[in-house]
Design a binder for this molecule. Sequence first.
Ligand code: GUN
Length: 304
Amino acid sequence: MGIWLEGKPLADRIRDQVAREVALAREAKGTVPGIVAVIVGDNPASQSYVRMKEKACRALGLWSEVLRLPAGTTRDVLKARIDELNAADHVDGILVQLPLPPPLDSQEAISWLRPDKDVDGFHPYNLGLLMENRPGLRPCTPTGIVELIKSTGVAIEGSEAAIVGRSMIVGKPLAAMMTNENATVTVCHSRTRDLAQVTSRAGILIAALGKPGFFGPEHVKEGAVVVDVGSNAVSDPAEIRRLFGDDPKREQDLRDKGYTWAGDVHPRVIEKAGWLTPSPGGVGPLTIAFLMKSTLEAYQHRRG
Ligand code: GUN
């Protein structure tokens, strides 16, 4: 039987440290770090992420603003607004909430950011620094995952790590980070031929596929560290029963909201894994904590 690896204790430590440094900056300089989130259209998941980021800023003493643009915003208007934020001295971090509604091109919009304000670490310049293993702003979710794995005491160096998912937000930058930590990394995706054969060899397994409860014990090595990055809204009652049996909390969720959250890893994997992150409650809190830390670093670097 493995150990549930919660994100909150580590996230709280990071947040406390950021809050202390923000308070010191306020005393010494009379300014605090601040972030502007740019959100285009009304994607409900994006709205909810941005609300969580605003709440974290308030709790830690940073300032935040949300720039809401309508779904039909043109490329030129978006670029002009990003240029204004790039030029504004009091703005330390700019975050373009992804995905952008078509025909806007997410990669192109990210490339308009000033790299030293790119607190998501998605700009090609910052990704280049990551590839070179030089200091720079790093993507927040992969950073949280690496720190969470380190918190188990399991050595990353020399381990076999399987990452399932090759997105620019999680899989690809995480592969670079784990390689920088001297793991032997395999990146799997939808075209991987025998997925279970690859993942069941890995002492560290990171699931970022976006399919609720996809990974079962057959995908997992005995005693492995399993990080579940999946965050899927599930509304089908049969699917909820497959994942959670007749858990009354899930049935309550379904009645209250019409869905419940599920990760990519089936909860019964806890019986075989050494560690398993819950979803929600695993990686999520760390993403936000490291976003706050990156905003503080961007402030210190540019006006500290
Ligand atoms: N959409 C999903 N995850 C993220 C993230 O970490 N940052 C941004 N900007 N958008 C996202």
